[in-house]
Design a protein. Sequence first.
Length: 481
Amino acid sequence: MNIAVVGGGFRCRILIELIEKHVFAELKPKIVAVADTNDDAPGFLKAKEMELLTTNDYNDFFDRDDIELIIELTGDNEVFFDILSKKKKSVRAINHHTARLFWEVGSSSIQEQTNEELEKTKTMYKLVLNDLIQDDVMVIGLHYRILDINDILLTKLGLEREEVIGRYCYEISHHQDVPCSGKEHPCPLAEVKETHEHARATHIHLDKDNQKIYYSISCYPLFENNELVSVVEVSKDITKDIKWKKGLMQQDKLASLGKLAATIAHEINNPIAAVLTYIRLMIKLISRNRFSPERLEDISRYLATMESETARCGDIVKNLLAFSRQSQITVSSHSIADIIDKALILISHDLKIKEIQLKKSIESNIPNVQCDFRQIQQVLLGLMYNASEAMQKAGTLTVTASRSVATERFLEVAISDTGCGIAGKDMENIFEPFFTTKEEGKGVGLGLAVAYGIITQHNGTIAVESELDKGSTFKIRLPCD
């Protein structure tokens, strides 16, 4: 097993030395590469001495074909999540939770080793459990009883090892007499027992001041003769990370709110100023009692303008309410073909007037989509109207639905036009509130923002591809049955 290590600190050096010195009975681990931003890190220097591949950028690992396992030892969850998203499917990854690897060292050879070798193995196991892994670690049997625990967690608990071994994990960690369950305390051990694969959960605890503490809990299965016998549970306090992210989100919300308020004031002020001007003109005409046919025509024109501008204010407010609405969606199983057909019925007259050709392709036996029928119809209809406006006269509107090639258990709806396209400089802002490429008075820039919010609320994605003077394609992915 060829291993690449991300994080070349002290723990990396320990890992290199352990693997270098020990004779493994079943696994044949071999560290082939180390990445760290610090060239003077102990493990990085050790790797250089051994003439292993060393790099300051762990992204260099992802193109290699000889790496089977990536061990993340930086202690940064974001780095681990980045590795998970970029690594090849055939490559496994663990985040500084290497107890399973060394557990096999101890369990596979205990009976055959001499007393001296057994002591070496025990020493090595304790070194890994207590020095290499800096998080809270327990080895737990399938009946929830604790088989082992590291010194770090014992210190936090204020207990001796003898007081913990053999007791139930939920009794020690949660002070309760039944296994963890529910939304705030899902049990990853129960999931491992069912799937025989690594499971992860976040638990929310309360401290002495009744403040929330967030714990990331990972369980790794341990096998003996291909049978699941226990798990290694690694827990980490991620409260600081959660609070930091929430702080950033709050800053973003405040910044967005300021931008939104300024934009609304500008958007609504324009039509209101026009209405106010025409009202003043009519007041002057009335005060002078001049109602010649020409003046009546002026008044009629003023009223028409006031009507359209007032309606525009109404549209801005209506779209703003749709954009900000936090109402719960009603998700159930629906035929995407039915949703598309209903939307096409509503836009058919517009397509006919503009002489736009329609091409529709729905994959046969396509599964139903999990969605709110009305809201997804609203999104598709809005995209179809945008496509129609982009083509003005003639052109082709293409609507397709198929299973997603990129993402399993999702289907993809694509709406394409042969219209004017979107400029490259506008692409990154296309889903922003109040951003529009339409002429003044023809749009307030909330349609795509509303669509983005609806699709995101459905756990889906929406993206656009476009080329000037050739047209645009909007692709929506939604979870299916």
